[in-house]
Design a binder for this molecule. Structure first.
Ligand SMILES: Nc1ncnc2c1ncn2[C@@H]1O[C@H](COP(=O)(O)OP(=O)(O)OP(=O)(O)O)[C@@H](O)[C@H]1O
Ligand SMILES: [Mg+2]
Length: 241
């Protein structure tokens, strides 16, 4: 039997004035799939991502998550349905420690008991190896550490769908490796969509890749095949319009 489809976007378009930022994108994701969205600057990746997370309401088309349309729902309603989002904008509370940030995020699931919140925070500290910095204010952390803590905050409610916009942005080579490991491990318990420019990271994850270009899907397939495609190289080099 084919794997269950849990994300289904159909003919999604998003216009800003005269700009077709996303121009008729259809995409299906299976449960526990890990999908990378790549493409040159301005290709429409973040805009499509924001349609999935509810930050934007698409001008056209439909998006179904776990079989229900989410078009028109507020961001927090989508989050309540088990969708975790890391945007390109930092979201940590700088004056609070790593532990406090994780605790607040874990507590956002109203049905959790105090013991369950504590257990979830402990799991995250272990899984992300945050023990050594757990009592430091996040405002004092290095960029790479902050990115891992941000991932922890997104994962704290235990989302079934995780949307990550450039999790490897600004990381050193070894930090990219580590982030790729964490994101790969995540696919064992969630469906994951990653927007990323870092080809090293995409190669390292090596799952299915969708290439955006001028608001549309240029091609889609296994990472090795897509990254070897001349058309993909051309759009990155600006040779193809
Ligand atoms: N809020 C907005 N208002 C007007 N135009 C926008 C808005 N957001 C994005 N755009 C335009 O839509 C197009 C797609 O932008 P988007 O941010 O989705 O690209 P991207 O693929 O995420 O690029 P990058 O790799 O640089 O992050 C661009 O032409 C951009 O200028
Ligand atoms: Mg973007």
């Amino acid at each position: 039997m084919a794997a269950e489809t849990v994300v289904e976007a159909t003919g999604v378009a998003m216009r800003f004035g005269g700009v077709n930022a996303v121009d008729g994108v259809s995409m299906r994701l299976a449960r526990h799939e890990l999908r990378c969205l790549i493409g040159p600057n301005g290709a429409g990746k973040s805009t499509f991502f924001k349609c999935l997370s509810g930050q934007y309401r698409p001008t056209e088309g439909d998006i179904q998550l776990a079989g229900e349309s989410i078009v028109g729902l507020e961001k927090h309603d989508i989050a309540q349905r088990g969708v975790g989002v890391k945007t390109q904008v930092p979201s940590l509370m700088n004056a609070l420690t790593v532990h406090e940030n994780l605790w607040l995020a874990a507590r956002a699931v109203r049905s959790r008991s105090a013991a369950a919140v504590k257990a979830r925070v402990g799991e995250l500290i272990d899984a992300l190896d945050l023990g050594p910095i757990v009592h430091r204010p996040t405002g004092l952390l290095a960029h790479g550490q902050r990115q891992v803590v941000e991932l922890g905050v997104v994962l704290a409610p235990d989302p079934w769908l995780v949307l990550l916009d450039e999790p490897a942005g600004g990381l050193t080579r070894s930090e990219v490796e580590r982030m790729a490991e964490l994101v790969t491990a995540l696919a064992a318990r969630a469906t994951v969509v990653v927007v990323e420019h870092d080809m090293n990271f995409v190669r390292r994850i090596a799952h299915a890749v969708t290439v955006f270009h001028q608001g549309r899907i240029l091609t889609e397939g296994p990472a090795a095949q897509v990254l070897a495609d001349d058309r993909v190289r051309d759009v990155y080099l600006g040779k193809r319009r």
